[in-house]
Design a protein around this ligand. Structure first.
Ligand code: HEC
Length: 123
């Protein structure tokens, strides 16, 4: 499965630092609590495509939590919008803080390593 992405690099992404060194990665259980409270799980699942893409697929496409990917997903979460995965728009969460959106983005990008079936990492 291939996805084409517009080659958009957001200004300021380079200033985001290396998220892996910030110690902000949540455990799966901690993140699940946030997802349930915020309602992300109404449209997203880790392994299954629902209205929005499966987070495992998001993680596989971006191939890791580098600063550019984190910044891109942070902006998507806060601003919403369509066109990356299809025509259905993601709702915006404009009141979410930068830090919270960044932490969620980092967690989503780590889901490729969550041990879900179907990925290509060594078991
Ligand atoms: C009403 C349904 C809905 C809800 C609720 C929702 N999303 Fe989405 N989400 C979508 C859709 C649809 C897309 C695909 C958008 C696109 O194609 O650009 C998406 C895309 C995404 C992406 C991938 C962005 C990209 O550019 O690749 C991330 C990450 C994401 N959502 C995170 C979240 C988080 C975190 C929450 C909760 C705070 C959330 N979503 C709540 C529907 C939803």
């Amino acid at each position: 499965m291939h996805f084409l992405f517009p080659a958009i690099l957001f200004a300021g992404a380079a200033a985001a630092g290396n998220p892996a060194e910030e110690g902000t990665l949540w455990t799966r259980d901690e993140a699940r609590i946030v997802f349930n409270d915020l309602g992300c799980n109404g449209c997203h699942d880790i392994e299954e495509t629902r209205i929005g893409p499966a987070f495992r697929d998001v993680a596989a496409v971006y191939e890791g939590a580098d600063a550019v990917a984190v910044e891109r997903l942070r902006l998507k979460i806060q601003r919403g919008g369509a066109g990356t995965w299809g025509q259905v728009p993601m709702v915006a969460y404009p009141r979410m803080s930068d830090e919270q959106a960044r932490r969620i983005a980092i967690w989503i990008l780590a889901q490729r390593e969550s041990g879900a079936s179907g990925d290509d990492r060594p078991k």
